[in-house]
Design a protein around this ligand. Sequence first.
Ligand SMILES: [Cu+2]
Length: 200
Amino acid sequence: MDWSSWLGITLITLLVLCCIVPMMFMRHVHHRHGGAGGRNHPGAPKSPTIVLAMAGLLGMPVAAVEAPRTGRPTVEVYKTPACSCCVKWVDHLRENGFRVSTTDLDNLDAVKAKYRVPADFGACHTATVSEYVVEGHVPASDIRRLLKERPKIAGLAVPSMPAGSPGMEVAGRKVQPYRVLTFDNNGSTSIYAVYGGARR
Ligand SMILES: [Cu+2]
């Protein structure tokens, strides 16, 4: 749902809560007073509860409007069930503030074809975030930059699985030089970032 839909829902909810509900409540109390002759005011102890409930309901649409503004888009990860470095990469994303959902598939060929990952860029997992594709062990910082700068590309890739990339850390081993590459659907590519002393 987009912004204008949320705004519309919020305005309608506010209208209902501010006008219609209090009117119903007042009529309800009036009716009770008439029926019981005003002797034991059965409506009175309930009013704080109703006020609190209304305050809670008023807060709900406000929270719903706030959520899309502050939340980063979810990273959808497609991986094979036995892939342990994929899980470590997912952990790396979560540790860096991303929401991640994972889908296990026995074979990722169809996913890589669907998202048009260049054949020589393939790695152990394929992900999507917003309108972009993320292939392989791409650092979270590069995904954050991608979502901030929004270049006209199809996605980012770290081909194969370089040792020392996020999720591929090997104790006691330095980061193997590797590059984060961009790709688009016309076959062009460029260097997005370099690590471990890789050449630009
Ligand atoms: Cu991997």
